[in-house]
Design a protein around this ligand. Sequence first.
Ligand code: HEM
Length: 407
Amino acid sequence: PLPVQPPSGCPFDPPPLSNLLERGDPHDEFGALRAEEPISKISLPDGSWAWLATRYADIRAILGDTRFSSDTTLHGYPLSGMTGGASTENRGFIRRDPPEHTRLRRMVTREFMVKRVEALRPEIQRITDELCDAMERAEGRTADLVEALALPVPSLVISLLLGVPYDDHEIFQRLTGTLLSRTVTDAEREAARIELRDYLDQLVTAKEADPGDDILGRLIIEQRQTGEITHDEVAAFAALLLIAGHETTANMIGLSALTLMRDRATAEQLRRDPALIRGAVEELLRFHSIIRNGPRRVATVDVEIDGHLIRAGEGVVAAVPSGNRDESVFADADRLDIRRPNAQHHVAFGYGIHQCLGQALARVELQVVIATLLRRFPAMRPAVPVEEIPFRTDMAIHGCHALPVTW
Ligand code: HEM
């Protein structure tokens, strides 16, 4: 059965469409909470409760404090309503604490450094151009931008990095979609999880026999063959990188494209001055804050945050979409301003030791895709009234299920 809907005003409600369209901000309640009750209590879909932090400074204080744990197996971790988080078997390092987290993350940090990722820019541009070529050839100058571009770009890029055969990318889109959905049954999610685990298991076995020049191949040569990590840990790396980098980037592409199709003046500024793209991507990340109901932590000892005592074993939801609208940091925060001087201080990639490992990659993908779309499809617009666009109000990661466009 589906979880019981929590009371209104908590970050699990479907956002009102008018907010989404006009301000990108789904929750009016956040403003009042930041002003009056920045550390509040919120009920979760299973009837349990957690602390909800809505101010920028408190969110950074919590995410930057290792007395708050990411270990989903600890008693009190607020799992309810956190889709994709229920599985605790073979957790990737995103759900581990130091020293294990440090040890494992360090094995792949190098792969995601800015310099390394910048070197991929031409390849990302090539992938984007080929997908745009295919769109141009489509009958009737229409496409679903999610299917034609937003999902395949990150999927192709991460498949390339991991050394996953491209022919398998549809399997990933189906399985990761099921894993992250709030509307599938537990049984369906469990089946998808097992299918993905089995697939990755076979992939790692194949690479153990013949490691390629890719992240998994290097992990196997440097860490697996030296006995630092097990077969299952290599598979857990693959699962984490795949899932963490796929739907997140895809949904940012869709939402950014929609925003710029509706805000013609900003799109025109970007077309005239492509150097603005870096700042624009930071601002779009801040504005959309697609991680709707997290990140989450559980206190391992009693911790005082902003005058509130959070006791050991109590859960915390750091409301990133609210932190990114905090007026004490971002002036006129509900406005999209691609020249905002401090947009890059957003917490859309989290903060602290778990801050997004793939952020440099996500940035390059977004910069390339958005700039290319603006250049190649200047007349692109939604092909249906915006009210008919299916927003992912049912998903933990915000975005659109489909985005019909024409040009
Ligand atoms: C962690 C957001 C793209 C890989 C995170 C966290 C956030 C986030 C908020 C922190 C989670 C926490 O503190 O519990 C995003 C957004 C993206 C994006 C908004 C796209 C726009 C990517 C990409 C990859 C990636 C492209 C790589 C392939 C990871 C990994 C972690 C992570 C491995 C775990 C880091 C750790 O625990 O040390 N991401 N991400 N992400 N992200 Fe991303």
